[in-house]
Ligand binder design. Structure first.
Ligand code: PMP
Length: 287
């Protein structure tokens, strides 16, 4: 089905959408993005995604192109026009095109940002059978830049990481720096020991996941203990359970790390409970 996408204040069929070849997002990965999930036609954690967008833009000296209310209206219009029931809305803002290639940032007063949004439909994504089997991950070196807290469109290494995982017959990769897991290629990483959830603390080393924030809040409310600290692959392999979180995977069990089974090799009970709580609460709060 041909989608209606949003490009610089216009809703157009995807085949008619145009961005300049000089766009800095294309030439320099000079842009940020957000992905907001849609369940039952409603947006999940929208306020969190907008807050992180504002932060990413600020860190790169870019302005918010429109108010949070206007962004919400565009998200909703795209969901409605494309009849999305379950899926996501992708949003990307770049520093625009000055009409040439130049390392120097263009004057924002002269060069408008490029704002692109589109939907992806994935009916029934919250009921994916993967959640019942769990995923298998490999570990790879984390060679990304050191501002991973900014959600930029520089996704080459995460893409390569997913290809390395695929080549190894696995689903995804966890990134390791100085012997410690930072996060997954496109998700935050967790291990569980007893009633305790362990995940790396926030900082410049990882993306501040919106799903992470919600899941940790629900975990504490459910009397689980949360420890925010780094862990090794060996500790993860010896843990009772492991999982990842992201806007599109929600809470997804990890059952194998570098060929070693985690716990029983089946999704853990705490992980399953957290996934259920997260989905229930998110659906209730969806807008
Ligand atoms: N870490 C990285 C590197 C990511 O790309 C993502 C997803 N974009 C996440 C974590 C999870 O963030 P969120 O829960 O906001 O989707």
């Amino acid at each position: 089905m041909s989608r209606i996408v949003y490009v610089n204040a216009e809703f157009v069929p995807e085949a008619e959408a145009r961005v300049s070849v000089f766009d800095r997002g294309f030439l320099m990965a000079d842009g940020v993005y957000e992905v907001t999930s849609v369940l039952g036609g409603k947006l999940i954690d929208f306020a969190g995604h907008v807050a992180r967008l504002e932060r990413s833009l600020k860190e790169l000296d870019m302005a918010m192109p429109m108010s949070a209310e206007a962004l919400l209206a565009v998200h909703r219009e795209l969901v409605a026009r494309n009849e999305v029931i379950d899926g996501s809305v992708y949003l990307q803002i770049t520093r625009g095109s000055s009409g040439d290639r130049d390392f120097v940032f263009p004057d924002p007063g002269v060069t408008p940002q490029t704002v692109v949004m589109f939907t992806q439909s994935k009916l029934g994504m919250a009921e994916t059978p993967l959640a019942r089997t769990g995923i298998r991950v490999i570990s790879i070196d984390d060679i990304r830049w050191h501002r991973r807290d900014i959600k930029t469109v520089q996704l080459l290494y995460p893409s390569m990481g997913k290809m390395m995982a695929k080549a190894a017959g696995c689903d995804d990769a966890w990134l390791v720096e100085d012997g410690m897991v930072t996060e997954g290629t496109s998700n935050n990483a967790y291990i569980v020991r007893g009633n305790t959830i362990i995940t790396r603390q926030l900082g410049n080393d990882i993306l501040h996941g919106i799903t992470r924030a919600a899941v940790l809040r629900f975990a504490r409310e459910a009397q689980m203990t949360v420890e925010e600290r780094p862990f090794t692959i060996a500790e993860a392999q010896a843990a009772d359970e492991a999982f990842i979180t992201s806007a599109s995977m929600f809470v997804m069990p990890v059952v194998e790390i570098d060929g070693a089974k985690v716990g029983t090799g089946k999704p853990g009970a705490l992980t399953a409970r957290l996934r259920e709580i997260y989905l229930d609460e998110s659906r209730k709060a969806a807008i």
